[in-house]
Design a protein around this ligand. Sequence first.
Ligand code: G3D
Length: 199
Amino acid sequence: MFHLVKGIYNNWNKREQYSVLILGLDNAGKTTFLETLKKEYSMNSKPLDKITPTVGQNVATIPIESNRSILKFWDVGGQESLRSMWSEYYSQCHGIIFVVDSTDRSRIDECSETLKGIVMDDEIEGVPILMLANKQDVPERMEVQDIKEIFNKIAEHMSARDSRVLPVCALTGEGVKDSIEWLILRLQRNKEARPPTYK
Ligand code: G3D
């Protein structure tokens, strides 16, 4: 009887878990974005001036929809030496956030080549991709429209799937929650194509 009740309780209590990769070149603001996200969802976060370059991985689990679902974010580091490891995470991921440093004109080609490498990988077929034009607080930034143009060229290589470019400022949090809300909707819509795991 105990096992039956426990089984029913576990089944009733199981939560959908979506894994989201946070990718982008080093210094794009991935870790800052993740820490700000944790703060926005009332979780413990590091002070933003204490962030150091990601060498291993930063992982954060954020409950959403009154705890009925979980988003698990993986910030796996963007230095060139670490990028070859990204593909190891592709088969398990339900969504990708690609963070762009809108102030770094000198690396925009490298950024676009890196993104192209991601979208061409068969393992992420159908996975929604959210591209964040970060550091929009800096006056010398590239405009979102210019970044969209770069992204649209890459989108030609993608099969039909959800993708969007949104402006954010990870440092102040502007646009951060809106961007996640966009992603949550797509993850849920994509549920049948790529089922969530259960916890
Ligand atoms: P990464 O994890 O992608 O490597 P970080 O990037 O999160 O470590 O951020 C790299 C630098 O960019 C940090 O500055 C961080 O404060 C800054 N940064 C991140 N997001 C924003 C933003 O929205 N606006 C501005 N102005 N700066 C941002 P430092 O000086 O610590 O290297």
